[in-house]
Design a protein around this ligand. Structure first.
Ligand SMILES: NC(=O)c1ccc[n+]([C@@H]2O[C@H](COP(=O)([O-])OP(=O)(O)OC[C@H]3O[C@@H](n4cnc5c(N)ncnc54)[C@H](O)[C@@H]3O)[C@@H](O)[C@H]2O)c1
Length: 336
């Protein structure tokens, strides 16, 4: 993500210098520095954070997100952290409160919010044509794509499987479009159905099966304080017709809306109609747009484009889904 999205995303902003890069393997960090013309190279982020920098992007395995974000905040840097910001809602709260107290911005990289499809869906929601949303169907299903890097499949490094890896993206979009109703209770299941066998071959190549210690399928059901509900399904492996399906469908009293296709369906009397939302034309990749929004918020003194309290609820739902799966019971969420 550093090489594909964050470094070029920051470098696309006029007036921004990417001053330093860090990876435990110094040669790997040096190769990124050479490729992108970055002057300072480190193998330890503590040393990098001694530099006078305005902001950092954290693109390391999930287990590094909280300690690196915390150290960055404590050394006075704004933090753009790859998703998931943390594995527990308590960790998100701790980081959010520290950042707020220090007057720093903290944002999870949910770049899909900044893509044209999400913007169009958000604009429709604001017109109230959808009406009050009573249910959301949220999917993050991949048929045969297990990440090959152990950072995603070893529980000690990743914290969780597809729910935490890609479920967070669709869930973030659905909750944002629903205006973040307060979740109150969650049931869930998390299973490893295929990852230790050879029934489904990974499109991205072979993964270290002996290190695979997360789920390859998770599903959950959420009840919100306002009476609405949400069903979430996440997977890296399964017998699905589509190669992948990162989506949500919101059911409202005025119509239903599908992201990212923008399909809006409504029925008045006996007449049913379906249309597709128009999209703004843009050449800017979503990752770049998210980084630009974060940068502009820093420059103008505005709050984080994705407030940590929103990320708190996204992570709280996934944490509760895992807890429910492990303990076989419904989990009630505590307030932030
Ligand atoms: N927003 C998105 O769409 C998206 C997509 C893919 C991955 N991600 C997230 O980005 C993060 C990284 O994923 P990736 O695909 O780049 O993984 P990757 O395994 O390709 O790269 C991880 C990098 O982190 C570095 N690293 C490991 N420990 C470190 C430490 N202590 N300090 C500094 N660097 C360290 C490694 O050297 C490696 O270069 C993950 O949290 C993942 O969930 C987000």
């Amino acid at each position: 993500m550093a090489r594909r999205a964050h470094i070029p995303g920051w470098q696309a902003l006029p007036g921004v210098e990417v001053a330093a890069v860090c990876a435990p393997d110094l040669a790997a960090a040096q190769s990124s520095a050479d490729a992108f013309g970055i002057p300072h190279v480190f193998s330890d982020y503590h040393a990098l954070l001694e530099l006078e920098l305005d902001a950092v992007s954290i693109c390391a395995p999930n287990s590094v997100h909280v300690p690196a974000s915390l150290t960055a905040i404590e050394s006075g840097k704004h933090v753009l952290c790859e998703k998931p910001m943390a594995v527990t809602a308590g960790q998100v709260k701790m980081l959010g409160e520290k950042a707020e107290a220090a007057g720093l911005l903290l944002m999870a990289q949910h770049q899909l919010r900044f893509a044209a499809e999400a913007r169009a869906a958000y604009a429709l929601v604001k017109t109230e044509k959808l009406g009050s949303v009573y249910h959301a169907q949220v999917r993050a299903l991949r048929r045969a794509t297990v990440p090959t890097s152990v950072g995603f499949i070893d529980k000690a490094l990743a914290g969780g499987g597809p729910a935490l890896d890609i479920g967070v993206h669709s869930l973030d979009i659905a909750l944002w479009l629903m205006d973040f109703p307060r979740p109150v209770r969650v049931t869930g299941t998390a299973k490893t159905n295929f990852a230790h066998g050879d029934k489904i071959t990974g499109d991205w190549g072979e993964w270290a099966r002996s290190r695979f210690s997360v789920e390859d399928f998770a599903a959950g059901f959420v009840h919100f304080e306002n009476g609405s509900t949400l069903a979430l399904e996440c997977s890296w492996l399964g017998h699905y017709p589509e190669r992948d399906d990162l989506s949500c469908r919101l059911f409202g009293l005025g119509g239903s809306l599908h992201w990212p296709t923008g399909e809006f369906s409504t029925t008045a009397g006996k007449a049913h109609s379906t249309g597709t939302l128009p999209l703004e034309a843009t050449d800017e990749p979503a990752h770049f747009a998210a980084i630009r929004a974060f940068y502009e918020a820093i420059q103008s003194g505005r709050p984080s484009p994705i407030p940590w309290k929103e990320t708190y609820w996204t992570i709280a739902i996934i944490e509760a889904l895992y807890e429910s799966a492990a303990e076989g019971k419904e989990v009630f969420l505590r307030d932030v």
